[in-house]
Design a binder for this molecule. Sequence first.
Ligand SMILES: O=C(O)CCC(=O)C(=O)O
Length: 273
Amino acid sequence: MSEPQLRSDAFLDTPRTLSFDPVSREPSYLGEHQIKEYNTLGYLSNLFCLDTDAVGEVRDFYSWMQKRLARRAKGFMLNHNWESRSGFLHNLVSTRINLAPVRDIVGQNILAWQTHFFTKLPYEATPVAWHQDASYWPLTPSRAVTAWIAIDATDNENGAMSVIPGSHLYGQLPYISGEAGKTSSVYQTAWKPECYGDSVQLSLAPGEMSLHSDLLLHASGPNLSSRSRCGLVIRFIPPSVRNVRKPGGDSAILCSGTSEDRYWKIRTQPVLR
Ligand SMILES: O=C(O)CCC(=O)C(=O)O
């Protein structure tokens, strides 16, 4: 069998710096051992993020959003970036989540670039293929940290996300392109992910989050249970990161500190729910 065509850069026309920069600042919330863990493994898990009331409000918001979407064509991307139109999500992201562990990793100045609901309905079969987030994004350098926030409990049965510890240290990895929605809900599939180590599945209780580097390989399997698996994902960046596809500057939500760099316009809270 011939080898498929491998790719290693989705943005050939716009070079990016895709390498891991270890965290060296002194933490004020996390322990030193957790910073070491993040640097060597590329992720942290089971961190407190949202209280029970907030989790309930996100669940209500998600149901409301799905009812609105039901009137339109269904699609994975429709769950994307609601924070840019929703006052509720804007407020949640900027004031209600436990940012302390994110601050210890990203620094004092934090922007939320995008959000996404990654949901698997009961018995939903579509897996998420192994991929690196940084490979997809027109951001440079690769300093984004994803908070994967459990709205429902996640475990082996309902398709909790898995990661390959240490895979963030290899920079951009080769991948094959595939059409989203057919075999996976992402369109890059890392080539031979098993070469980078054994995977670990991240079981989370509602309100807990994991944090992962944008270079860490991650994936998830089908939901084999009668339970829903809803996660809210937030992409956090320091303002020194820029979008190479938007030379005039991109926009983001300011969550902490200031945005002293010229690359980002700060979004105001939308009036709509
Ligand atoms: O929710 C999942 O299973 C995958 C999440 C993911 O791919 C991401 O956060 O980039």
